[in-house]
Structure formats: structure tokens, C-alpha cells
Design a protein around this ligand. Sequence first.
Ligand SMILES: Cc1cc2nc3c(=O)[nH]c(=O)nc-3n(C[C@H](O)[C@H](O)[C@H](O)COP(=O)(O)O)c2cc1C
Length: 187
Amino acid sequence: MRLLFFAGSAREGSHNKKLARLGQKIAEANGIEAVFADLADYHMPIYHGDLEATEGVPERARAFKALLGEYDGVMIVTPEYNAGIPALLKNTLDWVSRVQTEPNVFQTRVFAIAGTSPGYFGAMRSLLQLREILAVGFGAQVIPQQMALPGAIKAFDDDGSLVDEARQKSFANVIEALAVAARRLTA
Ligand SMILES: Cc1cc2nc3c(=O)[nH]c(=O)nc-3n(C[C@H](O)[C@H](O)[C@H](O)COP(=O)(O)O)c2cc1C
């Protein structure tokens, strides 16, 4: 059983990448094989039907779909932009949905969602939207446990862990729940 972590931000200093990397570390500390992927390595143009018709699906969309396919559980850590998910994340999911190869990577693994923002709500509204997109748009299984981390700027210690121990524990619980669900899927 293996887990993949990625964030819906390509920004170098991204708080959400930090949280995704922390998730990967927590998983590994618990004996779970886990990888962090950076969307900065999977840059794709904005989806456009004419572009798809003339040039096909970008190679990076195929590569990202193949990457998703290697893992039993996937945690997506999303920023919140104007109460929704960033265009980067939606665009990535949209392109991947246009890759016609089997299997359907959204319906054959399990997902967990998390997010952080400098504000008070910690990307909560973005999480609500992402859950709906994954469950309704893709028919994906999304575990009920999730993590919305407010106050992103002061939330992390120098070593990347969370300053607030209770939040660190609750994030670890989400990862454990993802691992349990992913193990059940592979059993
Ligand atoms: C276009 C835009 C819209 C934003 N809207 C929200 C918002 O609705 N709620 C929120 O909590 N933060 C909002 N923010 C602030 C982001 O949460 C903040 O920039 C965050 O650090 C982005 O995530 P990252 O650090 O992972 O790149 C917005 C930022 C941008 C650039």
C-alpha cells in the first residue's frame, strides 16, 4: 500500500506544499511508503477544447495520470482562492480526466483532502468544493476525515511539523484513516 501527496499550488514557498510534505513525512514515520509530487513539475496549459482537438492531451497530463495510478491512496492539499479551489488544481484534474487510458484512476483508489490558508477558515470552503468535484464529478471515494488548517503563516515549526500538537495529531489521524481505507481497497 502506497500513498501519494500533492498540493494544488506550484508556488515555491507554498504553505499547502509544506502541509503535503508533512503528510508524506508522517506517513513514512508510520511505516507507510509515501511520495510527495510537485505540480510545478507538471505544468499544463489551461484546458481548451480546440487545443485538445489540435494537439491532443499534454504529455504531462498523461504522466500525472500515470503517477496517480501508482498509488493506492492520494491526499490532495489545496489552497483556497476566492472561496474555491485554485485554477491550477481544477485544470490539472480536468486534463487528467481527458486521458482516455484505463484504469479510471479516480475510481480505483481512495482520496483524502486537506488545505491551509493564512486566514481563519483554513481553506475550508475550498475543501467543500474539492470534495464535491471528486465525489460527484469523478465518482471518487473520499474519506470523511479532512484537515483545514487556519493561520498557515505561523502554523509550521522550522522542521515542517505543526506548532499546535493537537493539530499535528489530528492531521496524523487523517493520514491514518487514508491508509486504513487504502489498505482495505488493496486487500
Ligand atoms: C487569487 C487569490 C484568492 C484568494 N482567496 C482566498 C480565499 O478565498 N480564502 C483564503 O483563505 N485565502 C485566500 N487567498 C490567500 C491564499 O490562501 C494564500 O495566498 C495561500 O498562501 C495560497 O496557498 P499556497 O501558500 O499553498 O500557495 C487567496 C489568494 C489568491 C492569490
